[in-house]
Write a protein of this length. Sequence first.
Length: 234
Amino acid sequence: MTPTPTATLVARDWAEIQERMLVPLYEAVYDRLEVGPGDRLLDLDCGAGLPLLLAAGRGAVATGVEADPARRALARERLLEVLAAPPEPPAPPRPYDALLAFSPAPAALDAALPAVRRGGAVVLADWGPAERCTVPSVLGGGPAPRDLDALVERAGLRPDGSGRVFCPFGYADVDSAVRGLLSTGLYDATDDADGAADPVLAEKELAEALHPFERSDGAVWLPNIFRYVIARVD
């Protein structure tokens, strides 16, 4: 499937503006797991591949899963291995040591778990407490964070710790913030009279919602806390 020009532009906004906002989360998880040379990681919804690049920088072998063809194409431009769907139970050399997933759907998690070795880590992450997260309110509420502990229990995994990470979303100006946040796909754009999303109106509404977070130099600062849980495959 070939991405449309619009989809490609949105994916580039994700890669160039938004993706880096989650670096503190990725680094905290990799530190916690002591990711290093020889480790094999599988990352669900890897976007344009930044979490894979960070893992590779530590010497790990990282594979991504990304359903969006435009983001997947950008990740592959970085010479990364990115799949359209979770792999089947792996052939040699060996299964994955860790599975990483941000706000995973239960079905996607179920599909990926067979690729993880026994004793391997499964890391699930999502927004933290509502009172500690600015972005969901700016996005009109956004999706409610998933109950990560319930996902662990449902999947039959063994809990093995959790943590919280400060991930502020900082932008040079309102325009960059609008482009970055729209690239997440989380903003519930206002529909026009025909029931179709109106991108111009969406940009205007989002810019207005961001004004309270605009600093004197024009930068936009949106503090957030993210939560992650670690579980093990028995």
